[in-house]
Design a protein around this ligand. Structure first.
Ligand SMILES: [Zn+2]
Length: 173
């Protein structure tokens, strides 16, 4: 089991674009470390549903989702359709140490093309919670943080206040 250090906002690696995966055999370490590190982070923070490889310092286009109802990897994910309809979400990130939350807009529905860890191709539509979660994670692959979408600096809320006022199950990270 390898729990990697999670890079924090300010680390320039988080701002780099990740490389597409071409060799699925060499991916084994990234997959295992993502799972181990996300499991550790979920236990430590008591929240969070997914992580992206660049947060661990791997500049590879890999995302791992781990929820009670579904766990899966997305390799080379690409959002090929976004609904015009948006909705507001409270978002945070392990790379912010979930120290604060930001209220930002996300697309309501997205369609994602991705490979699984064995190279199989998938096209899947995601809505609501899963949609905003995957927009957050896929952004990491392009060096984008959820806080980049802030429109009003007053939409930043410290974690303790957010938990008092807004906490709902299954918030994105
Ligand atoms: Zn994040």
């Amino acid at each position: 089991m390898v729990v990697k250090e999670v890079l924090l906002l300010g680390d320039p690696t988080l701002r780099e674009a990740s490389e597409p995966v071409t060799d699925f055999v060499e991916l084994a370490d990234v997959l295992a470390d993502l799972k181990d590190t996300l499991t550790w982070a979920q236990e430590s923070y008591g929240m969070g549903r997914a992580a992206a490889a660049p947060q661990l310092g791997y500049l590879k286009r890999v995302v791992y989702v781990q929820m009670s109802e579904r766990s899966f990897y997305l390799v080379n994910p690409e959002i090929v359709r976004r609904s015009e309809e948006t909705f507001e979400v409270w978002d945070s990130c392990f790379s912010l140490e979930a120290a604060f939350f930001v209220k930002i807009p996300r697309h309501r529905i997205i369609t994602v093309e991705y490979r699984d860890e064995d190279g199989g191709s998938h096209v899947e539509e995601f809505r609501d919670d899963m949609s905003e979660l995957l927009q957050h994670e896929i952004d990491h692959l392009d060096g984008v943080m959820c806080s980049d979408y802030l429109r009003d600096p007053r939409d930043i809320v410290m974690k303790v206040e957010w938990e008092k006022r807004y906490r709902t199950p299954g918030i994105g990270m």
